[in-house]
Write a protein that binds this ligand. Sequence first.
Ligand code: NAD
Length: 486
Amino acid sequence: MATLQELPNFIGGEFVRCSRHIDSYNPATGKVHLKVPDSGEEEVEQAVQAAKEAFKEWSKTPPRERARLMNKIAELVDSRLDEFASAESRDQGKPVWLAKAVDIDRCCHNFRFFASAIMHTIETSTVQTDKGATNYTCRSPIGVAGLISPWNLPIYLLSFKIAPAIGAGCTVVCKPSEMTSLTAHLLAEVMKEAGLPPGVVNMVYGVGPTVGEAIVKHPLVPIISFTGSTLVGQRIQSVTAPYIKRLSLELGGKNAGVVFDDVNLDKCLPAMIRSSFTNQGEICLTTSRIFVQEGIYEEFVKRFVKLTKQMTVGDPTDSTNKMGALVSKEHLTKVTGYVDLARREGCNVQCGHGVEELALPERNKNGYFMRPTVITDVTDDSKLMQEEVFGPVTCIVPFKTEEEAVERANNVKYGLCACVWSENSGTTHRVAQALDVGTVWVNCWLVRDLNMPFGGAKKSGVGREGFKDSLDFYTEVKTVCIKHTD
Ligand code: NAD
């Protein structure tokens, strides 16, 4: 049997072997495919010291040079597109074509976008006071940032943190999810090859409660950017409170789609299928509650179920498959548990788990697959409508009036995003403004621009990411007051 690859940590520009490891599974086969460092406080300490040392020079490096290195990183990732996409798929279970088109493409874009952004000065302010003084503000990078990312869009989300952080002049200690660390390792290889100075980016792998918590509690890490579950976000808020750290928390969602009966169903249905099931429904922005106006409810459900049944699920390396495997055995058990709950509650499981069989090739027989599932006849207070399932399970319910739809869509603790579908522009503006979420898509889904702020309302998070917001986040603003008359 071939020896399994052991990932090293990346500290101070060197690949450093860790003596302890955890198994990382390929979700499509159910087999261990990699050994990931099980780092702890000692490794975090080394990484923080390396980042602190590197900060002295990196924070003074001109934006033009930082931008050159970031563009080089993007170019090198691009040149290894197939390798990155295959690694992302083996780690997370998503189809290789999706990893190429979304995750790796977006990673390159993140580096290029922020490389360009830092070449354009963000305006600072100046005020002439009536007391004969000039006040102005200036910005400087904060220091060592702790970046903690989840498993669902591994390199997409990690690069969305690294690029603005190092672009702004911070140095970083990253902890990717213990389930999906492989593309972070490939990125570390690329950074070394690109000539990024040692210690600017450090990767310390392992589990959240040990290595993640060691980063967030470290007194020399004044700024934390976290993307993950609301539960862990709450934990980070509480353990960092004594240190008064700057926090960005991008957390869970329970996103609504609101479909009015004047909608163009030919356009709406395929988009809602994508928003429900892309990446096996493992996207924080997935639509998992679809409110449909009663005039078109029956037709919507019939056509939505028909399209769902046509979705192909299977080997992620087969480009004809729309969906791959869920990330882990435990997660599959959790997600299918919600479908079992729906049956116990008397809901109607229209298609998917427990209704249609999976047809899998031999190598995928032990993988973590499930069919996309549509549930109707569910009440708003059910866990299915209140909790984040984070899998390919969507509920469809009818509504009568606009006011009712808004009230019910807002009736969850989360507030990440929503979609509104209507041909009436008045309706779309009113509803978009009444929804308590960070992003509303009208007649579309996941059409995002990095220039715009991104983040959650309510328990979906604190802070915003995007061009100006991210660069603001990683910098401190100082006001200077110069008295020039007596
Ligand atoms: P998770 O919260 O379990 O883990 C996220 C990361 O935090 C992992 O790297 C994990 O190891 C680490 N971690 C766990 N405990 C920690 C602790 N005590 N201290 C520090 N770090 C710790 O989330 P997950 O299961 O990896 O990801 C799925 C969740 O992420 C979903 O809730 C999803 O909605 C959310 N998410 C949100 C966004 C967004 O932009 N709002 C984007 C993607 C995913």
